[in-house]
Every structure is written in C-alpha cells, then in structure tokens.
Design a protein around this ligand. Structure first.
Ligand code: ADP
Ligand code: ADP
Length: 208
C-alpha cells in the first residue's frame, strides 16, 4: 500500500498515521519529522531547513524532493509507505510520480484530512509531543499524563503567528494538490473533525 496524507497543519495527520502504519504494516515517512531530526543534529540539511521552518514557510522543493527520493528507496519502503507531509506542492507531486514510475509502481490512495481553519489554530497551539515515544498530545484534546509533562516538547513553529503563515502556505501551495489527485482518481476526502477514533474509522472505510 502506497499512500499519502494531505491536509492543513494540525489536521491530525501525524496522529492518524501512527495508527495506520500498524494496521497496514508500512513505514510512516514524515518529512516534518525528518527535517526536525536534521535540525536537532545540526546537519547541513538541518541548517538549510531551519529558517524556513521557523517562519512557517515551505523548505524549497529541490531540497525536499531529494530527501524523499532517498528515503523511499530504502528497503523498508519497497512494498509500501505512508507519506505524511509530502508532497506539499505540485512540483513535489510530479517528482514523486516520476520516481515511482521509474520503479514501475504507483500510488494507491491519497487521503485528504479536512479540518476548517478556525479549528486549526487551537489544535496547533496546544500541541505537545513526547520526544521519548514520539506520541503526540494536546493540552486539552488529548492531555498528557502529569508525570511526563516536564519532558514534553512544544514545537518552535507551533505559535499562532507561524501557524497562520503555515495555513497561508497550505492554501497557496498545497491545496492545488486536491484537484491534481482528484483528476488521477486517487483522492479520498475524510472529515478530520471528531474524536481520533472516529476519524480512524472514516479513513479505514475510505480505504476499503
Ligand atoms: P504540520 O503537519 O504541522 O504542518 P510538518 O511537521 O509536516 O508540520 O512540517 C513542519 C515544517 O517542515 C513545515 O512547515 C515546512 O517548513 C517543513 N516541511 C515539511 N514537509 C515539507 C515539504 N513536503 N515541503 C516543504 N517543506 C516541508
Ligand atoms: P498534523 O500532523 O496534521 O500537523 P497532529 O496529528 O500533530 O497534526 O495533530 C495536531 C494537534 O491536534 C495535536 O495536538 C493532536 O493531539 C491534536 N489532534 C489530533 N487529532 C485530533 C482530533 N481528532 N480532535 C482533536 N484534536 C486532535
């Protein structure tokens, strides 16, 4: 199964991806997580990406496409993957299509997780993650246990200001992927509002 997730920042892609990869036994490939790891490790890639990320802007296509091509060529992604946060522009989608075609394979589904902008800011500003387990929490909607509060991470770009910039980038650069994949017959729209379990059920139904 080769799937991709599209949706605005904070739509719940990471939360749902963690559940789907167990169910479908495929690796979860998040370009956001890959860039954050590069920033943390101070690699040349991380240095390049950090300024864009902190401003809520997209990292340039040529950097991002190279990173994903290398990642999906690895052994664990040969039979399938769930790409989360890539592609985010039409040139990225075209590059992915070419890379897969060169291997004689193609995408099976594109999941669009729909959440209105007014709900997004609350989801983003309250997001916290556990660096030890990777679990994504929300201060109100999925409260973390008190004993791990001290180690939780609040992303630098999870401020209201950066969130608004990311929403603008989503509408300008990523939303054109919706007609792109609709035209290919791959798009599955899923309502991302409701309890995470309900959203998972909707996704599984859309994929069935
Ligand atoms: P969210 O899901 O909250 O929008 P991500 O963790 O997917 O955030 O991405 C964080 C940041 O990493 C983005 O704002 C952007 O700067 C960068 N990034 C991630 N994926 C891509 C991509 N496919 N193209 C360009 N930039 C990306
Ligand atoms: P994305 O990967 O699309 O940026 P996340 O999965 O990180 O989104 O979710 C963003 C925030 O919203 C997190 O704090 C998460 O706990 C919370 N969240 C995820 N799904 C839901 C949901 N169905 N209802 C309410 N909050 C949610």
């Amino acid at each position: 199964m080769r799937m991709i997730f599209i949706g605005p920042p904070g739509a719940g892609k990471g939360t749902q991806a963690a559940r789907l990869v167990d169910r479908y036994a495929i690796p979860h490939i998040s370009t956001g997580d890959m860039f954050r790891a590069a920033v943390k490790n101070g690699t040349p890639l991380g240095k390049k990406a950090a300024e864009y990320m902190n401003a809520g802007k997209l990292v340039p296509d040529e950097v991002t496409i190279g990173l994903v091509r290398e990642r999906i060529a690895q052994d664990d992604a040969k039979e399938g993957f769930l790409l989360d946060g890539f592609p985010r522009t039409v040139p990225q989608a075209e590059a992915l299509k070419e890379a897969l075609a060169a291997d004689g394979v193609s995408l099976d589904a594109v999941l669009l997780l729909e959440v209105d902008d007014q709900l997004i800011v609350d989801r983003i500003v309250g997001r916290r993650s556990d660096p030890e387990t990777g679990t994504i929490y929300h201060l109100q909607f999925n409260p973390p246990p008190a004993e791990i509060m001290d180690r939780l991470v609040h992303r630098k770009d999870d401020t209201e200001e950066a969130c608004r910039a990311r929403l603008d980038a989503y509408h300008a650069q990523t939303a054109p992927l919706v007609p792109f994949y609709d035209a290919e017959g791959l798009l599955k729209r899923v309502d991302g509002v409701g309890k995470p379990d309900q959203v998972t059920e909707r996704i599984v139904a859309a994929l069935a």
